[in-house]
Design a protein around this ligand. Structure first.
Ligand SMILES: CC(C)(COP(=O)([O-])OP(=O)([O-])OC[C@H]1O[C@@H](n2cnc3c(N)ncnc32)[C@H](O)[C@@H]1OP(=O)([O-])[O-])[C@@H](O)C(=O)NCCC(=O)NCCSC(=O)C[C@@](C)(O)CC(=O)[O-]
Ligand SMILES: NC(=O)C1=CN([C@@H]2O[C@H](COP(=O)(O)OP(=O)(O)OC[C@H]3O[C@@H](n4cnc5c(N)ncnc54)[C@H](OP(=O)(O)O)[C@@H]3O)[C@@H](O)[C@H]2O)C=CC1
Length: 430
């Protein structure tokens, strides 16, 4: 059932158990699903032991839900698994501002992944290239024999590309790419199996030696895109006029366009939004990170993945386009009970739709950071939320946490030694 309304008043102010009830109502969760979210050990050891090797336990992280998102006219509550404070708050905040203009508009290309088959020792690489292209249909047919399920689902190998390199030591090298529609999978295992299956034919056709047979994490054929407009007036605060905030955000963004030192941090801010969705849904965050950062270099210099500009009305317009290899099946998406639950909350019908929600969160997250950086600075909002971590680290318990946080934030002095001193003082007084 679809989320009725992602705008939940007081969502942040109530305790987790009450928050869960509100989530359950909006996302139509069953009592079992709701119980799972607050059960320690939701990932049973036996399951964990089957997922990776040498398992000795499980590791929990906070499971938050970003509110306020509207993606292509649909209200979406976004599960985010992340250790960093202020990420969920910033995403929710920007999603709230975006509602005034209809939220995020997204699109995506079909879920095409590339597998690479490296061919060495080819005496006549140009000739071999044309031979491979002449046998395109045979290669595709052989690759598709390996995955009947995918074929039945409308996916499969669609095309090939041949890339030619000249290595100073190893000489001419050909790399055959299989372009595979992986439907609702992330697709790594799927395309790796295909790459291995066509290798003998590729050797036979080229007379070369096949070495690597593996997918490329530069999923540049599998792009997700998001656009958002934020009204200048909605960026007005007690200290700043909205039109000025628009200018300041564009100035801040400009540095990320021209300077890789800034672009790295700017894009990290985008991934602050995307990775938690990737993790929550049991997807491979290393794969998504690798694809994102190489895509950010596609014009020859590492640069911003987002764009920010002003429209004719003076409002702020942002876009994000990037590769996003995320699946609804495969990997841990179906194994991890909480990943299944996260997908149920998102209520997406395809891997493409999942990627579109994630890219919208990335765009919101980037804006959240830029707005803070371009105006009051990151520390006020981020550190007041981080103060809870510091208070807990200093040993605060129960009501002590809010008290220590309140004092540190008021003093603008959020440090562990200050939290320890405050705690000691409070406990002596009691
Ligand atoms: C933290 C805020 C949102 C506070 O901002 P604020 O102005 O104090 O927020 P507010 O109290 O006016 O609330 C506005 C809305 O924000 C949300 N919100 C607000 N607080 C909460 C909360 N506690 N829990 C849940 N949601 C919260 C919530 O949606 C709320 O609306 P409501 O629903 O209440 O009507 C703001 O200061 C902000 O967006 N800061 C940026 C934080 C950020 O980017 N954090 C990422 C970590 S820093 C980093 O790693 C990346 C970076 C910065 O280096 C990237 C880069 O350089 O580009
Ligand atoms: N470089 C990288 O990024 C690498 C990543 N990995 C890992 O690979 C995993 C992802 O591989 P992936 O291929 O997605 O996972 P799986 O192999 O687990 O799942 C894909 C398979 O699921 C079946 N399937 C069922 N329903 C669907 C559907 N609707 N759409 C598509 N396929 C469907 C298909 O056939 P069938 O039922 O016949 O299997 C398909 O081949 C991740 O864990 C990742 O970490 C692995 C190697 C390298």
């Amino acid at each position: 059932m679809a989320t009725t309304d992602s705008r939940i008043p007081n969502f942040r102010s109530v305790p987790p158990a009450e928050r869960l009830v509100k989530l359950g109502e909006r996302a139509a969760l069953s009592l079992e699903q709701m119980a799972l979210l607050q059960t320690p050990g939701a990932l049973p050891l036996a399951l964990a032991d089957g997922m990776i090797e040498n398992v000795v336990g499980t590791f929990e992280l906070p499971f938050g839900v970003a509110a306020n998102f509207v993606v292509n006219g649909r209200d979406v509550l976004v599960p985010m698994v992340v250790e960093e404070p202020s990420v969920v708050a910033a995403a929710s905040y920007m999603a709230k501002l975006a509602r005034a203009t209809g939220g995020f508009r997204t699109s995506s290309t079909p879920p095409m992944m590339r597998a690479q088959v490296q061919v060495l020792g080819v005496a006549d690489p140009d000739n071999a290239r044309l031979t491979l292209l002449r046998h395109r249909d045979d290669i595709i047919e052989l690759a598709n024999r390996k995955d009947q399920v995918l074929n039945r689902l409308g996916g499969g190998c669609r095309d090939i590309e041949i890339h030619r390199f000249n290595d100073p030591v190893r000489g001419g090298m050909l790399v055959l790419h299989l372009l595979v529609d992986v439907r609702d999978a992330m697709g790594a295992n799927t395309v790796n199996t295909m790459a291995e299956s066509v290798a003998p034919l590729v050797e036979q056709l080229t007379g070369g030696r096949v070495r690597l047979r593996i997918l490329s994490n530069l999923a540049d054929l599998r792009l997700a895109r998001a656009q958002v407009t934020i009204r200048a007036g909605d960026l007005t605060s007690a200290d700043y006029d909205g039109a000025e905030v628009v200018e300041r955000i564009i100035e801040a963004y400009t540095l990320a366009v021209i300077d890789p030192y800034r672009a790295a941090t700017h894009n990290k801010g985008i991934m602050n939004g995307i990775d938690p969705v990737v993790v929550a849904t049991g997807n491979d965050w290393r794969a998504v990170e690798a694809g994102a950062h190489v895509y950010a270099c596609r014009h020859g210099q590492y640069t911003s993945l987002t764009t920010w500009e002003k429209n004719a009305d003076g409002d702020l317009v942002g876009t994000l386009e990037m590769p996003l290899a995320m699946g609804l099946v495969g990997g841990a998406t179906k194994t991890h009970p909480l990943a299944r639950l996260a997908l149920a909350i998102l209520n997406v019908g395809s891997a493409q739709e999942l990627a579109e929600v994630a890219v919208a969160v990335g765009l919101a997250q980037n804006l959240g950071a830029l707005r803070a950086l371009a105006t009051e600075g990151i520390q006020r909002g981020h550190m007041s939320l981080h103060a809870r971590n510091i208070a807990l680290l200093a040993g605060a318990q129960g009501d002590e946490v809010d008290w220590v946080v309140g004092v540190m934030v008021a003093e603008k002095d959020v440090r562990t030694d200050r939290a320890e001193a405050l705690l000691e003082q409070k406990r002596l007084q009691e």
